[in-house]
Design a protein around this ligand. Structure first.
Ligand code: ADP
Length: 686
């Protein structure tokens, strides 16, 4: 800044160019320029006064004037310089300091040692800067401390979370791993109960046993739900990819709910879009589980009205991606509905819309949680719309693969057709069956089931023992079937089967896996090892017998085995048995049902003829034939009415036999009609 810097100006926020509408920054004039102007004016006044005085005294002298002007200029320069040094420079330094602070640099300024307020101001400014720097350091330290604490806390939380997840994972893995150990005793309980139920019991004992059986089935259902959820949570649930009949699967699920819906007097309707591909590739077991859960809920929570199932797939032209089909399933009911605020949480595990629900309808709140997870595994989604008092609709969308023309649905084309000639009671001698099972209870259960049908049964405790027994067996009395557990000590079922298959002699011997090891891929492993079939435990007696029948090769010559002793009516539980059957192996059950319904008219005619001819032997034989066939498909009303006819035949009471025949006809008709026909097609031509 110079002495003549009269016009020097600066403004606050010089760098920011004001935009339109913003107030212009205020402009400041420098202190030294103000002083210079003031000094110049003062000098000018002094010179003017002296000159005026000289003119009045007539002592005006040019030299004096010049000398005076020089003095004035020098004094003005001295004052300006003094001002500059004393005021302007320290203030300029202060201003630079403030600018530095504004820009975030806390630097002390150089203080002019003037020994006055200016120096005091400079010192104060530097002290303020020092205090600011100190507090800024403290703030930074504090911030660092806080950040460190947050980091530690986050780490602790993450650690705790990892531990919790690991614990949950361990729990899930534990449950998934012990599923074998849990299912095996259940197998024993249920199997033994089935066996006892088939024996002669007093009405009171039967009722007590039925109650126990109901409890066992509920426990099994709960166990299955918990194990499924654990399997999903442990990441051990994988979807299989096998061809299956989508339409048939939906039909089966609807049929399985038929008895429950009929019991509650509600209509069960299914609408299948025409042109649905018969076969798709996916996991039929899990898809069945999804649909069965939704359907059983719909029936459970509906007291009047109807339950409707809709099935659609994307047209092949709009198939999602290469070879994929979008399957849309809709299950709607006119039941109790779900309150709006509960809708978001019903898919959570152990959640029910209302606490009173478990008391009134039962259930655990696991079904929809499993369903949602399974749908997600199918890359699909599930949602619900509901209105309390009016009903609910569940919408499921999922993706399956379109099956090529060459793929055959599991269970229909791939399996041998069940014919009358290879049933026990047909023209076949008693078959020899080898049970390979390490669990004593299971041995007893399966033995009891098979012996009731007069099969000859031998037991091996492990795979090695099975091979030893087979080797010791002569050609004249061979085994016709092996029921093989998978997990066994010494030699497991897979190894044992491989050893069996290596021997030419047993090339054709059917080996059926019988295992509680119902994990993913087990079926494939068993088939790869050379087994012919697969049944999971707990073994359902009807299912086991049907499977045994299916795999037994016709044995030439010999004495045909009689069917087991007449079992009293298995009671209403057969409905759940039927449901289980339907849901566990629909194709087999379906083909058995079709066969049964096809043969039924001829059998009814024979019964009628036997009554007309008062032929008790023929009447009893025909009734027993029907009992045997109906038991394998768990058609309880048919079995009990046929048994009524058989009893009447024993007493030669043809009046009761005729009444029984009417009931039997009705029961068979119900069997044909009850499974709801889909898309207007009759299920069977009875
Ligand atoms: P659960 O049926 O064993 O209780 P879910 O997980 O299958 O368990 O269902 C959870 C809850 O969702 C049920 O308790 C019920 O409150 C509600 N819910 C499911 N389906 C229906 C339905 N169709 N109608 C009314 N409420 C339903």
């Amino acid at each position: 800044m110079s002495f003549f810097a009269f016009g020097q100006r600066w403004s606050v926020g010089q760098h920011a160019r004001p935009s339109a509408g913003e107030p212009r920054p205020r402009t400041f004039r420098s202190l030294s320029s103000k002083f210079s102007v003031f000094t110049a004016l003062l000098m000018f006044w002094i010179v003017a006064t002296i000159l005026g005085y000289g003119v009045r005294q007539q002592s005006f002298d040019a030299t004096t004037v010049l000398a005076l002007c020089l003095v004035v200029v020098l004094v003005a320069a001295a004052i300006s310089r003094f001002t500059l040094r004393l005021l302007a420079r320290p203030l300029s330094l202060l201003q630079d300091g403030i600018t530095s602070v504004r820009e975030g640099r806390l630097e002390p300024i150089q203080v002019s040692r003037t020994g006055d307020e200016i120096e005091f101001l400079g010192e104060s400014f530097n002290r303020m800067i020092e205090a600011l720097a100190t507090s800024q350091t403290e703030i930074r330290q504090h911030q660092e401390l806080l950040e460190e604490r947050i980091r530690q806390r986050t780490e602790e939380l993450e650690h705790a979370m990892r531990r919790a997840l690991a614990a949950s994972q361990a729990k899930s893995e534990f449950l998934a791993n012990i599923s074998h150990e849990l299912r095996t005793p259940m197998n024993g309980v249920i199997g033994m109960m089935d066996v006892v139920m088939d024996s002669r019991l007093g009405p009171e004992q039967r009722e007590q046993l039925e109650t126990a059986q109901r409890c066992a089935y509920s426990l099994l259902a709960l166990l299955n739900d918990i194990l499924d959820l654990s399997k999903i949570e442990a990441g051990k649930m994988m979807l299989e990819k096998i061809p299956f009949d989508l339409r048939g699967l939906v039909e089966d699920c609807v049929k399985a709910q038929g008895p429950n819906a009929a019991q509650k007097g509600i209509q069960l309707v299914a609408a299948v879009m025409p042109g649905i591909p018969r076969q798709v590739i996916g996991d039929p077991l899990r898809l069945r589980q999804i649909l069965a859960n939704l359907l059983s809920n719909a029936v459970k929570f509906t007291d009047r009205g109807s339950v409707r199932v809709g099935l659609e797939t994307s047209a092949p032209a709009v198939a999602t991606g290469a070879g994929h089909l979008e399957v849309r399933i809709q299950v709607s009911d006119t039941g109790v509905g779900i309150p709006r605020d509960k809708l978001p949480c019903i898919f959570e595990k152990f959640t029910q819309a209302d606490g009173s629900i478990s008391r009134k309808y039962g259930g655990t709140g696991l079904g929809l949680a499993i369903t949602r997870r399974l749908v997600e595994m199918y890359e699909g989604e599930i949602r619900v719309e509901s209105e309390p008092g009016r009903g609910s609709t569940f919408f499921v969308t999922l993706r399956v693969e379109a099956a090529g023309a060459e793929s055959r649905a599991v269970g229909t084309a791939g399996r041998g057709q069940l014919t009358e000639s290879n049933r026990p009671g047909g023209d076949r001698p008693a078959a020899r069956i080898l049970i390979v099972e390490d669990n004593l209870v299971n041995q007893k259960v399966v033995t009891a089931i098979l012996r009731k049908r007069r099969y000859q049964v031998s037991v091996a405790n492990d795979g090695q023992e099975a091979i030893d027994i087979l080797e010791r067996t002569g050609f004249e009395d061979p085994f016709h079937l092996v029921l093989m557990d998978v997990q066994m000590p010494v030699l497991d079922g897979l190894e044992a089967t491989r050893a069996i298959r290596r021997n030419q002699r047993w090339n054709e011997l059917p080996v059926v896996a019988m295992t509680a090891h119902a994990m993913n891929g087990d079926r494939e492993r068993c088939l790869e090892a050379g087994m012919n079939g697969y049944i999971s435990k707990p073994v359902n007696p009807a299912h086991l017998l049907a499977l045994v029948d299916q795999h037994l090769t016709p044995i030439p010559g010999g004495i045909p085995p009689a069917d087991g002793p007449h079992a009293p009516s298995p009671g209403p539980l057969a409905q759940s048995l039927s449901a289980r059957l339907m849901s566990s192996d629909s194709d087999l059950v379906e083909s058995m049902l079709h066969l049964f319904l096809q043969l039924a008219p001829a059998r009814l005619l024979k019964i009628e003829a036997a009554i007309e001819n008062s032929d008790t032997a023929a009447l009893s034989a025909e009734a027993q034939n029907i009992i045997a066939a109906a038991r394998s498909i768990a058609a309880t009303p048919v079995t009990s009415s046929a048994r009524q006819i058989d009893d009447a035949a024993q007493r030669a009471d043809f009046h009761s036999a005729r009444a029984g025949l009417a009931i039997l006809e009705e029961a068979i008709r119900a069997l044909a009609v009850q499974p709801v026909s889909l898309a207007g097609e009759p299920v069977a031509g009875f």
